[in-house]
Design a protein around this ligand. Sequence first.
Ligand code: NAP
Length: 260
Amino acid sequence: MDLRLDGKTALVTGASRGIGLATVRALTAEGVRVAGVSRTVTPELKETGAVVVTADLGTAEGAAEGIAQVAAELGGIDLLVNNVGGGDGVQLSGFLGMDDDYWKANLELNLFSAIRVTRAALPSVLERRGAIVNVSSIGARLPAAGPMPYNVAKAGLTAFTKALAEEVGPQGVRVNTVSPGPVRTAIWESADGLGGKLAAAAGLEQEEFLKRVPAMMGMTSGRITEPEEVAALIVFLLSEVAASVTGSDHLIDGGIVKTA
Ligand SMILES: NC(=O)c1ccc[n+]([C@@H]2O[C@H](COP(=O)([O-])OP(=O)(O)OC[C@H]3O[C@@H](n4cnc5c(N)ncnc54)[C@H](OP(=O)(O)O)[C@@H]3O)[C@@H](O)[C@H]2O)c1
C-alpha cells in the first residue's frame, strides 16, 4: 500500500527508544524527514538518520526551545506525533500517598507536553494541512487500572485530541489518538519502570511477571504488543490513506478493553 508520505516532514517526541524510536524508523522507511526529540540521544536514534533534538518536554521552557529547534531544522512540520509520556519514579501507593508534585509531574509529561508541543507546531501543520497522532493509553478508558495520575492525564489527552480534531478539521488537519495496552518497552522492561515495580510488589522475577501480564490483564491476543505494531498504526493514521479518520481513539491493546 502506498501511504503517500514520501517527502513529508515529521516531529516525533519521546524518540530515543520504545514506541517513539519505532515510529521514527517506520516514518523514515516511508521517505519522511523526521526530527526526534528526547532528553537523551541513543545510538539507535542516531542510526535512523533523523534530526535529533534534546529537550526536556516535561517543562514549558524545554518544550518551547526544543520545538523551535525542530522547526528551524525541518523548515516546516507536516506530521506531529506526541508520543512522549510515562514518567520517571512511578508510585504504586494509593491516592493518599500521592502529593501535588507527583500529580503535577504526571500531568506535565502526559498532558501538558502534548498541549505545548501542539501549540508550537500547529501553525505549520495547519499551513501544510497535515496530521497529528497523540499517544494515549487504555488507562484513559480504564482509569482504575494502573497509576491514577497517569491515567487521568491520558484521559485528558484523549479529550484534548477530540476537541482539537473538531476545531482544526475544517482547516484540513486530522487529529487522532492511539491507545496502547502493554507494549514491550522500558515501561515494562526496566527495573525502575511500572513493570519492575509491579513485579517487585508481586514478589516475582520481572521476566516471570512479564510472562503473566497478558493473562493478568485479559489480553485476548495472549501476548504483549511490540513497539513496531504501535508505530505501524501511528503511521497509517498520519497517512493520506486515513483521510477520513479524525477525532477517533484507536485501541491497540490485544483485546483488554471488552466493551464495544
Ligand atoms: N509501553 C506501554 O505499555 C504503553 C502503554 C500505553 C501507553 N504508552 C505510551 O506510549 C508512549 C511511549 O511510551 P514507551 O512505552 O515507548 O516509553 P519509553 O520506552 O519509556 O520511552 C519514553 C520516551 O520518552 C522520552 N522522554 C521521557 N521523558 C521525557 C522528557 N521529560 N522530555 C523528553 N523526552 C522524554 C524518553 O527518552 P529520554 O529518557 O531520553 O528523555 C523515551 O524516548 C508514552 O506516552 C506512554 O505513556 C505506553
